[in-house]
Design a protein around this ligand. Structure first.
Ligand SMILES: C[S@@+](CC[C@H](N)C(=O)[O-])C[C@H]1O[C@@H](n2cnc3c(N)ncnc32)[C@H](O)[C@@H]1O
Length: 288
């Protein structure tokens, strides 16, 4: 699929999800949702205290695979950017954490999601928030503009992840940090099975292998790279979906068990470093 086709497919899928959430339903992530209600990737990401302070539709529209604001150690006064902000849940939570002296931007390319996010912001009564329309491959902010970039299950959807990470590096201030949740693959998975698993978790363009993620972050110029699992998926959780896709679940189980994870991906833009891209790193271990 070309990058333009990927973006169009992603826009259509998330436009429909936004309309479901705006209409009072849940957006739910991934093909698994259609078979079994909300899937194990999206459910129970936020604690009751966090949810209590949020508009219902912001929670219903949650399509992430982690809770980056809880892990990002946001400080009062910081400027945060959420790549692929969807219905706005992490932007609103970030705005509360950074307080009135800080600011949270949400960036999304899907009109229906932006409309829902702005409605949620209004209901939450939060002012230090701005939702921007645009692609994460071409971030509409100047160089060195934000302290922290968060993102929740979006970078796996991009057809040009190198460009996304270069853009993230560009807009971060020196010393700024990347703190994102994403689906990551650990080890080899046969192509056909991988495609079915990616449909299950809701990806269209595809999740990166852990070493590829490190490599791309390093090439974009980041340092202090860390990828920590937050959820590890068992083949049993995808059983019904894989069976409906015509796969022999007994055979594929050992090939996928524990290989798809939700991870918290962290990296830092070196302090005092201009927007210069680092050397390429190709070996699976060279960024450790
Ligand atoms: C899986 S949802 C996650 C939404 C939100 N982060 C959350 O946790 O609920 C993906 C969101 O990213 C947006 N998105 C996907 N690819 C994008 C791109 N290349 N540029 C901008 N937004 C994108 C979609 O429109 C959608 O709102």
């Amino acid at each position: 699929m070309s990058d333009t086709n990927t973006q169009d497919a992603v826009k259509q899928k998330y436009g429909e999800a936004a309309k479901r959430a705006a209409g009072g339903g849940t957006a739910c992530c991934g093909g698994g949702a259609e078979l079994s209600g909300c899937d194990p990737i999206t459910k129970n990401l936020y604690d009751e205290t966090e949810k209590a302070g949020l508009p219902e539709k912001a929670v219903a529209a949650s399509l992430g695979c982690g809770n980056p604001t809880a892990l990002a150690k946001l400080q009062p006064g910081e400027i945060v950017l959420d790549l692929g902000s969807g219905g706005g849940i992490d932007v609103i939570l970030s705005a509360k954490r950074v307080g009135p002296t800080g600011k949270a931007y949400g960036l999304d390319m899907t009109d229906e999601m932006l409309a829902l996010a702005r409605e949620n912001q209004k209901k939450a009564g939060i002012e230090n928030v701005e939702f921007l329309k645009g692609a994460i491959e071409n971030i509409p902010l100047p160089d060195n503009a934000v302290d922290v970039i968060i993102s929740n299950c979006v970078i796996n959807l991009s057809g040009d992840k190198d460009r996304v990470l270069r853009e993230a590096f560009r807009v971060l201030k020196p010393g700024g940090r990347l703190a994102i949740s994403d689906v990551v693959v650990r080890g080899e998975v046969p192509t056909g099975i991988r495609k079915s698993m990616e449909l299950w978790v809701g990806c269209i363009a595809g999740a990166l292998e852990e070493y590829e993620y490190r490599d791309k972050l390093f090439s974009a110029g980041f340092e202090s790279i860390d990828i920590a699992p937050t959820r590890v998926y068992k083949s049993a959780e995808a059983h019904d979906f894989l069976a409906a896709a015509g796969l022999d679940t007994e055979t594929v189980a050992p090939q996928i068990d524990g290989k798809f994870i939700s991870a918290f991906v962290r990296a830092v833009k070196p302090a005092g470093r201009a927007n210069v891209v680092g050397p390429s790193c190709c070996a699976p271990t060279c960024c450790d």
